[in-house]
Design a protein around this ligand. Structure first.
Ligand code: GLC
Ligand code: GLC
Length: 838
């Protein structure tokens, strides 16, 4: 149907393969269609690492404690990293191929759970580098194993390389009049210390060490590289000798130099550590008052100064991932599903929890704080793995709410305070809190979260219980309705680019925070523009609030809340049902958006899934009609586009959305986050085949075979895939259709985890226990799931003898038939569950 259709059918273009046993993606060529990265660290010290060893490190905050420098959007791509250079009698190469780009005789990169191994070989010399951040450790360990695989002795030179960032990544790339005069280092034996600003304002330094004697070093970038050279041809490496340069301002780096001789078959292991240290103010220096106190650094270096210690650290890291990934494990007829659910989707959810939207190859780490809506949705993906940290996160988020239920749209992770620059009045924000708190209770059974005293706007003197926060969230919607009784759209809803109040035609005015003079008197946003998406999100999340109230015996309040939900459903059917799907919004002029009557943008994805999942208009067949319309108008072989037809001109009244060329981002791109809502909805409606079709169109493991089209990593989701309209306005239809962007840090990870595990495979934590309700491809004979839940382990076997998509004939637990499909909560133990579909 679309241009690339035959291409997807006909060709296979992979750049590596999955090693499920080791939970690794094995990249077989350095020339991937985009840098394919991994994350190291999951507590305080982090690293991003590409398959050619590009990337950088930071401590806790990617902006304020950047340890090594990276060059975004550089030519060539992916410059800045932890580079090892080898000069083997004039042949200069890197184990990760880049930046020198000498053709290697062998190359492999293994991205695993929190570690990466890059191996290169040239002229019978092999170099294998293992990178990881050990548990509880503020540093990156880099173990280099060099082996002479030839038949005669070899002498060659090894250079390490790290370029220090002067701590604040924003300042580092803008404030040169100051920065070129502040850089300070110390060299002590084989350890190079970076101590810029340590004398005056900082209590932290970084270091780069190696566990062996060195033959030289460089700490000044221009001396090492040469002012007019690049990372690909550093002068010192080409000359085969370090210059022992000592940085005094300019750009401090750390490079160790060592000459190595290996007999035939001999190998040598070197352990480099890139570490970060904070010191109490009164212990910062040695007696001379200027030499830095190295006690902590030395202890860190000693912790991993032998291959045995490194192996133990790596084993410990792997054991912690065994534990995290052991909570939910499936075995289905499709190994791609298994590797997504058991490994990569869960891994991505954890990375998203750690990094939020801060640092990736598409997020510079100097921009955004944590999003209220984003972080609440992220909870859904990892609450089963680390419920305690999920609880803490939920409380942090709720603490930035206002007493009327509105919220700061973002908050800063270091201060945990709301971000006044971005402000509030995003209409969907409060509802996500109801969803995350519910998910936490459903997973843990820990109702006490509702009793936690949680401040408003971080002011503890006005704290109320979490339950009150849910109430103000719920009523924030109810109290802000427009002319059709639908929620006001405000600055934006989930779609940041539908700005029915903040539209503008002046460069530099933010679509989300700009106050249109037209609406100034009304409090900053239109009192006419309404969001159908928020209406359906309300009918979807609201019942959780009702269930919570009922559980607490607050029946009157529950009935009152239920009445609001019922009223909203009625209003939706009266004013927001377009005949075959749900409208998107009413704009500030009271005109319909997302209707057949519109010239462009007739159907939008966002309201549809939540409407279906809350049975809006079900008795009139709204669910099936909507699913049919989605399949016809939005589906493509690479996923569901956000809207159709794409906007081809600027509709000022809609805000940012039509600023994007059609086929990209919120203008008819395949926004994978909201694809999951339709996957869930199709599964909910019993259309297991349809749900699985949409799931497999976008799930990374399924995109692997078209990696040249998809471009980004085949093991993690990206935010966006080019839609069918990409390039159509310039006569290049199809060229970028199917092309992924913005990989790693996206709510897509959490929602697709929900879609596959809860809606398709049907293991749904609920308030009273684990519900089993699969909605699978009819071709499946069945599958098995192991799930740890509230202290017990459930071994669930699901049989599908009649090849249905959905429906349950019988459930037995430990050999005894039970009524219904909610598995009881046990006091520990292992329980065998058999479910027969039909
Ligand atoms: C980005 C934002 C998210 C928003 C989405 C749609 O992913 O992080 O908050 O919902 O775009 O605009
Ligand atoms: C832009 C992007 C959107 C993102 C928002 C906030 O509007 O299109 O995806 O959520 O910026 O950063």
């Amino acid at each position: 149907m679309y241009l690339k259709f035959q291409i997807k059918e006909a060709h296979i273009m992979k750049f590596g393969h999955f090693d499920d046993l080791n939970r690794e993606y094995v990249i077989e060529t350095p020339k991937t269609p985009y840098p394919w990265i991994n994350y190291l660290g999951s507590e305080a010290f982090f690293g991003l690492i590409s398959n050619t060893a590009g990337g950088y490190n930071f401590y806790k905050d990617a902006r304020l404690r950047r340890i090594t420098r990276y060059r975004y959007n550089n030519v060539p791509i992916d410059m800045g990293g932890r580079y090892f250079y080898i000069n083997d009698n004039g042949t200069v190469w890197n184990p990760g191929w880049s930046p020198v780009k000498t053709e290697l005789d062998a190359y492999e990169c293994r991205h695993g759970m929190g570690y990466t191994i890059i191996k290169g070989k040239k002229n019978d010399l092999s170099a294998e580098v293992t990178f990881f951040v050990p548990n509880g450790y503020d540093g990156e360990v880099q173990q280099v194993v060099l082996k002479n695989e030839g038949s005669s002795a070899k002498t060659f030179k090894l250079f390490s390389f790290a370029e220090w960032c002067l701590w604040d990544a924003q300042d580092d790339c803008t404030n040169f009049q100051r920065n070129f005069s502040t850089g300070r280092v110390e060299v002590d034996g084989s350890v190079i210390y970076h101590k810029t600003e340590y004398r005056d304002r900082r209590n932290h330094y970084a270091f780069y060490s190696v566990n062996d004697e060195i033959d030289g070093y460089d700490t000044d970038r221009d001396s090492f590289i040469g002012l007019y050279n690049g990372f690909n041809n550093p002068e010192a490496v080409l000359a085969g000798k370090a210059t022992d340069s000592f940085a005094d301002g300019w750009s401090p780096i750390a490079s160790h130099y060592k000459e190595i001789t290996l007999a035939a078959g001999e190998s040598k292991t070197l352990i480099f550590i890139l570490g970060y240290v904070e010191m109490p103010v009164d212990q910062k220096f040695e007696a001379d008052g200027k030499t830095i106190n190295k006690v902590k650094a030395k202890a860190m270096i000693e912790k991993f100064d032998t291959p045995e210690k490194v192996a133990a650290g790596l084993a410990d890291l792997k054991a912690s991932w065994d534990k995290l990934l052991g909570i939910l494990n499936v075995s289905t007829p499709d190994d791609k599903v298994d590797r997504m659910v058991n490994i990569w989707n869960q891994y991505q959810c954890m990375v998203t929890f750690n990094l939020s939207r801060s640092a990736s190859y598409f997020e510079s780490g100097i921009g955004r704080g944590m999003g209220f809506r984003d972080s609440n949705q992220d909870i859904l993906g990892f609450v089963h793995q680390i419920p305690d940290r999920a609880k803490e996160r939920i409380i942090d988020i709720a603490s930035t709410q206002f007493p009327d239920g509105g919220c700061y749209h973002q908050y800063q992770p270091l201060t945990k305070k709301g971000n006044a620059d971005i402000g509030g009045d995003f209409s969907d924000d409060p509802l996500w809190l109801i969803l995350s708190v519910s998910a936490y209770i459903k997973e843990t059974g820990d109702w006490s979260i509702l009793d936690e005293m949680v401040p408003y706007d971080n002011d503890m003197s006005v704290a109320q219980t979490m339950l009150e926060h849910l109430k103000v969230s719920f009523y924030h919607i109810v109290n802000n309705l427009g002319p059709h009784g639908l929620p006001l759209a405000m600055r934006a809803d989930w779609n940041d680019c539908i700005n029915l109040s903040c539209y503008s035609d002046t460069p530099g005015e933010s679509f989300q925070t700009y106050t249109n003079p037209k609406f100034k008197a009304e409090g900053g946003y239109s009192k006419v523009a309404e969001s159908v998406m928020v209406a359906t999100l309300f009918t979807y999340t609201g019942p959780n609030y009702v269930a919570i109230l009922k559980h607490l015996g607050k029946d009157d309040e529950a009935a009152a809340a239920q009445a609001e939900i019922d009223k909203m459903k009625k209003n939706i059917m009266e004013s927001a049902w377009d005949g075959d799907w749900f409208l998107r919004a009413y704009d500030a002029n009271g005109e319909k958006m997302g209707s057949k009557e519109c010239e462009e943008g007739q159907i939008f994805i966002e309201p549809q899934g939540f409407a279906i999942m809350s049975d809006v208009g079900k008795e009139q067949g709204a669910d099936k009609k909507t699913l049919a319309a989605i399949d016809e108008r939005l589906n493509t072989e690479f996923g569901l586009v956000l809207n159709n037809p794409a906007f081809t001109k600027y509709y000022i009244q809609y805000g940012e959305i039509s600023t994007y060329p059609g086929g990209y981002k919120e203008n008819a791109g395949i926004f994978t986050h909201n694809n999951a809502w339709i996957i869930c909805a199709a599964a909910y409606a019993g259309e297991g085949d349809q749900a699985f079709k949409y799931y497999s169109e976008i799930a990374p493991a399924f995109t692997e075979e078209t990696s040249d089209i998809h471009k980004t990593e085949p093991y993690v989701y990206g935010q966006m895939i080019g839609g069918k309209d990409a390039g159509s306005d310039i006569g290049r239809t199809g060229k970028n259709f199917g092309q992924g962007k913005n990989s790693w840090l996206t709510g897509t990870a959490a929602w697709n985890m929900v879609a596959i595990s809860q809606y398709i495979l049907g293991v749904q934590p609920d308030f009273d226990g684990l519900r089993i309700d699969p909605s699978i491809p009819s071709s499946w004979d069945g599958f098995t799931i192991t799930r740890q839940y509230r202290g017990a382990e459930y071994k669930v076997t699901i049989k599908n003898p009649d090849h249905v998509c959905k429906g349950i004939k019988s459930v037995s637990v430990d050999g005894n038939a039970i009524e219904g499909n909610i598995l009881p909560v046990f006091d520990g133990g292992v329980h065998n569950v058999e479910v027969v579909m039909g």
